[in-house]
Design a protein around this ligand. Structure first.
Ligand SMILES: Cc1cc2nc3c(=O)[nH]c(=O)nc-3n(C[C@H](O)[C@H](O)[C@H](O)COP(=O)(O)OP(=O)(O)OC[C@H]3O[C@@H](n4cnc5c(N)ncnc54)[C@H](O)[C@@H]3O)c2cc1C
Length: 423
């Protein structure tokens, strides 16, 4: 399959203008380069006439919060502010990079969610002003009674020297535009050294980097392309913790070199080298650096936490404001940064927002995580973690690769997507 990012985005009905913006979006959709636009303090909507909940970010946590709250608080006004025109399922980025899925299989239109009496505003959140109970977006100001922040992670390119100046030197699978670029580079790869890097925990999808390495091994073996694959990990062992031993065995069996305790601090694109905090200089023909993961900059600027929103892990309520909540990857909670927990956190926070409105709503069940990381296109590992109501880990179990787990992975992700958009 020949991939052209321009062609694929066009196929989805998105046109490219000037090569920099896609329908008003940065072409590579890199949140590290969040759009800085002048503040537009004109009201986008009239002041609330009934309880208004504004949800920032239409990913798994934000949308599951919106649809759950629609049931729990039918008289409330629910608004989701999302900067992109399409929903993108995170887990499928990996399938896309390895050529297992097409772009249109990993994106969805937001229309079915809007059909549930939820207002979707396509705009970028620039600022939150908690004392005024208002959000400033790129298209205007929105007042709220309750705010749920669910903007996921921001890729902190600025933490790797030269990466902002030389964005074309890198591509990864942690955002859609980057993933399209990475797929293109994988297809064009003719052999040599591939270096994949892992940021310090916590980061989105802890098993993801090792899955990418395994799928690339399979992909290049099938194509009979000689690839030396190495992982430079900022952590002391493969992530998440319960899978560390399993990953070590899996990577060894696939001849993937694993270098723990090596945090990338610099890229030298001209010399095709990356430099780690240990002073290691590692050469590459294809590099995939995942920079540190942080929350959006407006969160820190609003004093809500840094690098993630400070919340109570039981109720997701801000430690500073009773009417502000945060869930999913942007929240400082002990739960895995995964789509599985994001959906559950979204459902749970809806209960706590409804309670804060004074509604008689039962206590939701504590968070769990189940994940089926690929070791090949046909087999997956399994990890399952349980926490108590206050976020204390109660139990963690992991299992060896099995075909059944790969089947469960596919069924789980389509179930999660169908729960939002229908089959
Ligand atoms: C390669 C990869 C593989 C993965 N595999 C798995 C897996 O196997 N299993 C699993 O459970 N999870 C997996 N995940 C993780 C999962 O996708 C995320 O943890 C999950 O999507 C987090 O949900 P969220 O709602 O917190 O954030 P997101 O899904 O990232 O949603 C955040 C939303 O907020 C929007 N937004 C951000 N900033 C702004 C702004 N300023 N204004 C307006 N909108 C904004 C974004 O556009 C986005 O739509 C994977 C992720 C990746 C990248």
């Amino acid at each position: 399959m020949k991939i052209s990012r321009r062609g694929l985005l066009k196929g989805l009905g998105i046109s490219m203008a000037g090569g920099i913006f896609v329908n008003g979006l940065p072409a590579r959709m890199a949140s590290g380069g969040e759009m800085k636009m002048p503040k537009v303090p004109r009201p986008l909507l009239p002041s609330p006439s009934r309880k208004r909940v504004v949800i920032l970010g239409g990913g798994y946590s934000g949308l599951y919060c919106a649809i759950t709250l629609r049931d729990l608080a039918p008289d409330s006004e629910i608004i989701v502010v999302e900067k992109y025109p399409l929903f993108v399922s995170g887990p499928s980025h990996i399938d896309f990079v390895a050529g297992l899925k097409h772009l249109d299989e990993i994106t969805r239109s937001y229309d079915p969610v809007a059909g549930r009496n939820i207002t979707l505003i396509r705009s970028e959140v620039m600022e939150v002003v908690p004392d005024e109970k208002m959000v400033i977006t790129s298209s205007g100001l929105i007042e709220y009674n309750f705010l749920v922040i669910s903007t996921g992670i921001r890729i902190a390119d600025e933490d790797v020297l030269n990466l902002i100046e030389q964005p074309a030197s890198n591509a990864h699978a942690w955002e859609l535009g980057e993933t399209v670029e990475m797929r293109k580079r994988v297809e064009a790869f003719k052999g040599g050294k591939i270096v994949l890097t892992v940021p310090p925990a916590p980061f989105k999808c802890p098993p993801g980097p090792y899955e990418v390495a395994c799928l690339l091994r399979e992909y290049f073996d099938n194509k009979k392309v000689k690839a030396e694959i190495a992982i430079l990990d900022a952590n002391d062992k493969p992530q998440p913790g319960p899978l560390a031993q399993k990953w070590t065995a899996v990577l060894e069996a696939r001849n993937i070199k694993y270098m723990p305790n090596n945090k990338v601090i610099e890229i030298n694109a001209a010399g095709k080298q990356i430099i780690t905090d240990k002073g290691e200089k590692v050469g590459y023909d294809l590099v995939s650096i995942i920079p540190p993961n942080k929350a959006a900059t407006f969160i820190k600027e609003a004093g809500l936490g840094d690098p993630f929103v400070d919340v109570d892990p039981a109720t997701f309520k801000s430690k500073k404001y009773d009417n502000i909540f945060a869930v999913g990857d942007c929240a400082k909670v002990p739960y895995t940064k995964s789509a599985f927990t994001a959906a559950l956190q979204g459902k749970n926070v809806a209960h706590y927002v409804a309670r804060a409105m004074g509604l008689d709503v039962k206590e939701p069940a504590p968070i769990i995580n189940i994940c089926y990381p690929y070791v090949s296109s046909k087999e997956s590992l399994m990890v399952r973690v349980e926490w108590d109501k206050d976020g204390k880990m109660l139990k963690a179990e992991a299992d060896d690769p099995k075909k059944d787990y790969a089947t469960s992975r596919a069924a789980w992700e389509s179930g999660l997507i169908n729960g939002l958009f229908g089959a």
